[in-house]
Design a protein around this ligand. Structure first.
Ligand SMILES: [Zn+2]
Length: 524
């Protein structure tokens, strides 16, 4: 059985200027696209589209020709404004077919035919994603959709030469992203996605595996349930001594995936967790001195449903921190309650809050911070991103900015920045959906899953640099140490890194002179 969304759409099309989103109610389900007027049994080459799986998203397919299809992203549930994330499969493809004349409304076929022509004529299909809600996109800068197939299960980016992003008069206000693809194996099912998927189930498996390791410094608890009763997980990573009754705690609180389509955020978050639970000496020092609280998926329903920005009920949860409702925004409500409890506990100092996102138009990793009247506090807030910039070649301090736009007032970073005291720092950590540019070069290096995780590991270890530096900053009147030996690190047993001078400015200058290469750490 097919949902036959395209059929319904065509008859119901009334000229909505958002591409017919009002009539896209769900994902296509094993939908065989037949040529207009075709009545017989489906044949090989009549493509079958499916998005009825976890994090899937494809709302409608229009047959243009045998070689060209218009694709419609299913808008976020209960919120038609957001149409960015797509994730669907295609099967019943036909390999090795003589190329025939194909007309395209975008006029891109000529370009396509000039590139990548192989000895064998493959079925070269053009997909036009026609209802993006964004106009600016990294597609203009070389980003390309991801693809994998049954026999090649590792995600790859489609070559950017086969991807076109343009303003299309045929689709009213929308920008269209077209890509050409050769199906080369008839028995394969192909999957296409906006970026590397990271599902709710994947997170659950990952956390189950961590739990099975019985680490005494790792604890997973259920902080609450989403509207559709999925788990809001909370991890605590610290040495058991820090959890004894009455112990003072310095807390670093990290959240991710409040925006469900921002999958890189989960890879970065997993990188942080992997590092913190590892046997790396820095991880051990961090566990001994800090308590890490991590909520790795703030919007599990949105992730499951394949939304880009919203929850099941169509809320952008990152605009509701000021007054989250226990029934409409239960996961956000749960996290906020916990943070307020910690804030009210005199034994707990919440020192950092970091909310991890992905950015659809910027390169690199970078941060957003807050603006404070107190100049010293403002400067101190800049320390962590400056240090991270030294540790992560993909992190850009120059893209990091501090703001108080009204539009961001309901974000976690802004709200908690106003609530917490002047020794707490709140950031949004952003990472590009596409690529980073290494300092001193102009080449865009596309992110891989591993590169996102590496950024997470670098974030984690930067806390050690911060606290080592902080111990010096906090004692400005102490006699200036004459030798390195006299510089007592805040964390006993800390492994010194490089020849740090203990001063941000000079460390940064040093980096600029030397451009240290990969300083990443093993995952272990
Ligand atoms: Zn976001």
């Amino acid at each position: 059985m097919t949902t036959n969304m395209a059929e319904r759409s065509r008859t119901a099309e009334t000229g909505s200027d958002i591409g017919g989103d009002d009539i896209i109610a769900g994902n296509v389900s094993k939908y065989t696209v037949l040529p207009a007027g075709y009545c017989g049994q489906p044949k090989k080459g009549h493509l079958i589209f499916d998005a009825c799986f976890e994090s899937g998203n494809l709302g409608r397919v229009d047959h243009i020709t045998e070689f060209e299809y218009d694709l419609f992203i299913r808008p976020d549930t209960c919120n038609p404004r957001f149409r960015v994330w797509f994730n669907f499969t295609v099967e019943n493809v036909k390999e090795s077919q003589h190329r025939s004349m194909v007309e395209t409304n975008a006029g891109i076929l000529n370009q396509i035919n000039q590139v990548g022509l192989k000895h064998k004529f493959l079925l070269r299909v053009i997909f036009n994603v026609v209802n993006f809600s964004k106009t600016k996109s990294l597609y203009r800068d070389g980003m390309a959709p991801m693809v994998k197939s049954t026999s090649r299960p590792k995600w790859q980016r489609i070559p950017s030469k086969n991807v076109y992003y343009y303003h299309c008069p045929d689709h009213r206000k929308n920008y269209v992203m077209s890509f050409a693809f050769c199906f080369d194996r008839e028995d394969d099912t192909y999957q296409f996605a906006y970026c590397y998927p990271y599902t709710y189930t994947r997170l659950q498996h990952y956390l189950d595996n961590l739990q099975r390791r019985n680490m005494d410094y790792f604890c997973r608890e259920l902080l609450g349930l989403s509207v559709q009763r999925r788990q809001l997980d909370l991890l605590t990573i610290t040495s058991p001594a820090n959890l004894r009754p009455g112990a003072e705690q310095k807390v670093v609180f990290i959240t991710a995936r409040v925006h469900p389509g921002e999958t890189p955020s989960s890879f970065v978050c997993q990188g942080i967790i992997d590092f913190l639970v590892s046997q790396h000496p820095i991880a051990k020092v961090l566990r001994d001195h800090l308590v890490f609280k991590i909520a790795p998926m703030l919007n599990p329903d949105g992730v499951y449903l394949g939304n880009y920005r919203c929850s099941l009920m169509g809320f952008d949860l990152n605009r509701h921190w000021a007054n989250p409702s226990p029934w409409a925004h239960p996961t956000l409500h749960g996290v906020k309650q916990l943070i307020i409890e910690m804030y009210n506990n005199p034994k707990i100092n919440l020192e950092f809050y970091i909310d991890i996102h992905a950015h659809s138009t910027m390169m690199n990793g970078f941060m957003y911070g807050n603006i404070f009247e107190d100049e010293e506090r403002f400067q101190r807030q800049a320390v962590l991103p400056k240090l991270l910039c030294q540790n992560a070649e993909d992190f850009s301090y120059s893209s990091t900015s501090f703001n108080r736009d009204a539009v961001k007032a309901g974000t976690g970073r802004r709200f908690l920045g106003g609530l917490l005291n002047d020794t707490s720092y709140c950031y949004t950590l952003e990472v590009s959906f596409y690529s980073y540019i290494v300092a001193g070069t102009t080449t865009a290096v596309p992110y891989t899953e591993e590169a996102y995780m590496k950024l997470g590991r670098n974030v984690a270890r930067t806390f050690l640099d911060y606290y080592r530096l902080n111990s010096l900053v906090e004692r400005p009147l102490a006699p200036t140490p004459k030798t390195r030996k006299e510089k007592e690190p805040l964390f006993k047993g800390a492994t010194p890194q490089g020849q740090g001078t203990g001063q941000v400015g000079s460390k940064l200058e040093k980096r600029n002179q030397t451009h240290p290469k990969d300083q990443s750490l093993p995952t272990q």
